[in-house]
Design a protein around this ligand. Sequence first.
Ligand code: C5P
Length: 245
Amino acid sequence: MKDRLIVSLDLRDLGQIKEIVASLRGIVSFYKIGAIPFTFFGIDVIKMLKDEGVRVMFDLKYHDIPNTVARACEAASQLGVDFITLHTSGGFTMLEDAVKATLMHAEMNKSPAPKLLGITILTSLDEAYLKDLYGETTRSLSEQVVFLADLARSAGLDGVVASPHEIRLIREACGKDLVIVTPGVRLKEIAVSGDDQARTMTPKQAVQQGADYLVVGRPIVKAADPRHAAQQIIKEMEDGHRART
Ligand code: C5P
């Protein structure tokens, strides 16, 4: 389970990022770099993590015309990242072209291909807003999540990013091979001030539901003792894994 915890480094201070990574050495081996640190520090932050020997989830949530996303996936592959995220709402051709470009790049460079993960519906959007956005005939929120997860699977993506509450539905619809990466995880004992994650689950519950990887940010990076928080989360993930079978 230790390798299944991805710590989200949504920070704008490179010194603080380095401190967190150093304090979690030997415990955490996977980090998520999203729009905030990448906009501030660009490829330097990726290089720093690769030099640490850890894995990187590159979370820029690509959403553009197929050619642009395919070329961006090649560029991300060149950086040596391990997971890349893209919006499934970009459509089948965008997803399929991204898969082809990533696999081709790996073959030509004799390097391992990064896993491609689809974002379905952002957890900040609710069903009422979806109807506002797309009209009354839209599927229900959970039907839309499953539809998009299946679109990702059929286009050849390796997995999806999904809220803890969607894991079971996606597993049932898409099978056991689709990788499910789950944010929105909170330890009951660790409150996060000003938290915007509404529908959370504990690490134990999320793994028990069938999540393959958990993404956790503030409960670790804002903790008084990040190392202790990460250890607690990994322990709960192990409990959840045992409870699964
Ligand atoms: O700090 P926290 O644990 O809430 O961080 C969760 C991370 O996962 C953030 O980087 C956030 O952008 C990301 N995320 C999310 N919900 C999604 C997709 C991604 O919280 N549906």
